[in-house]
Design a protein around this ligand. Structure first.
Ligand SMILES: N[C@@H](CCC(=O)N[C@@H](CS)C(=O)NCC(=O)O)C(=O)O
Length: 233
């Protein structure tokens, strides 16, 4: 059984998608990042960087529980545990790994900043918004080229690189990017969204939102972007 600590965001969705693809049993523990659940000591003990997603495998190595934070590490762990969505040969594995790492190191932080500067941090920050949108668009161009060479980012098979990239690329609209500029990427998004596991994951996320979501009000903004975020814990 996997305990999944997550929220309704793109990074959180990735692990729900993987668990649905892998067919592993899991229990959701909602971490409402608008209410400050990410700063609770019990969550920080699992995820010291105060971010979702994180998992605890109750049946980890040696039959002992194992906690993992960072979405890419969670995806790699689940792929290794189940033998799914990651090739076993070294060449195939690193073909997946490089796109997986680009998604969390190159795309994720940049599109996240684009969201901020087009959203809550908009006022007086047009240059920042433009810079992060341009960089997101540039990375989308790299993905577009790759998808002209292979059907999926890691090669012939759907993999954790696709899940991880999708979890961030699907936020293109709020980042000010026109997806029609990258038609192969647009089609790849549609192919991922049509997968039965992605549809089930979407229903799980909708359920979390319906039951636990709260508004992005001044208190939530303070927790996510204000002094509360930068307090040392
Ligand atoms: N590099 C991390 C990023 C995770 C991340 O940014 N999570 C956001 C939600 S999408 C979060 O938990 N934010 C809460 C906070 O910053 O306090 C990963 O890939 O897991």
């Amino acid at each position: 059984m996997i305990d999944l600590y997550t929220w309704t965001t793109g990074n959180g969705r990735k692990i729900v998608m993987m668990l649905e693809e892998a067919g592993l049993p899991y229990e959701i523990h909602p971490v409402n990042i608008r209410r400050g659940d990410q700063f609770k000591p019990e969550f920080l003990a699992i995820s010291p960087n105060n971010k979702v997603p994180a998992i605890v495998d109750r049946d980890g190595p040696g039959g002992k529980p194992l906690a993992v934070f960072e979405s890419a590490a969670c995806l790699m762990y689940l792929a290794e545990k189940t033998g799914k969505l990651m090739p076993s040969d070294i060449g195939g594995r690193y073909a997946v790994m490089q796109w997986l790492i680009l998604s969390v190191a190159g795309l994720g932080p940049v599109i996240g900043q684009a969201h901020y500067f087009h959203g809550p941090g908009k006022d007086g920050n047009e240059r920042a918004a433009e810079r992060f949108t341009s960089e997101t668009r540039r990375v989308f161009g790299v993905l577009e080229k790759r998808l002209g060479e292979t059907p999926w980012l890691g090669g012939d098979e759907y993999s954790i690189a696709d899940i991880s990239t999708y979890g961030r690329a699907n936020g293109y609209k709020a980042a000010g990017v026109d997806i029609d500029e990258t038609p192969r990427l647009k089609h790849w998004i549609a192919r991922i969204e049509a997968r039965p596991a992605s549809i089930r994951a979407g229903a799980v996320i909708d359920d979390i939102r319906a039951k636990y979501d709260t508004p992005l009000d001044a208190a939530a903004k303070e927790l996510l972007y204000g002094k509360a975020q930068y307090q040392r814990r």
